[in-house]
Write a protein that binds this ligand. Sequence first.
Ligand SMILES: [Zn+2]
Length: 215
Amino acid sequence: MTGDKSRGVSRRALLIGGAAAAVGAVALAQDELSRVWWRLPGVDKPRKAGELDHAGAEWIAASPANWRRADRPADYVIDRVVVHVVQGSYPVALKVFRDPGHGAAAHYVVRKDGHVAQMIRELDVAFHAGSRPYNERSIGIEHEGFVDRPGSFTDAMYAASARLTAGICARYGIPVDRKHIVGHVEVPGTDHTDPGPHWDWDRYLALVRKAAPAR
Ligand SMILES: [Zn+2]
């Protein structure tokens, strides 16, 4: 990884030079320049092991077999949050998402007591929705519990998940509504039913709006 990284840096430097030369005398603002060169193929944002997108989450890496490296939102627009229910416990979710044979994992897992694990970076594509276009456009959040047990969804879980979703919506400019914050059941072509009839969408959206970070 170290070798790749140093090679990446020199390649990046060359590409910046190339992009700047291409626009000639036009001076690009620093942020415009960075947007241009992040879009070039083969260029990735620098990553640090254990880096989090959601402050307060615990980093527990999913198996790399259960997600795909990407560079969102530069390569894919993120405009959906997909709400899931594990049909099992928090430890079971962590275990299967770390299992390379599972073939699926979500970015986040929320525990009954409100503890949040981040398992995949938001810039990467997690295999959670069973649909390639939906995986590419969304962030997936799993919740400990079962769709047919209303008691699975605690106050602490709703509050923590809403804070998480509020942060995601703010980061990518996603509107806080039911068109953009959806259940797995609403993903086109899915046969999954989560989060199920006991998930209180009105309550959840109200909490997400309340948790929206001040701009
Ligand atoms: Zn699901």
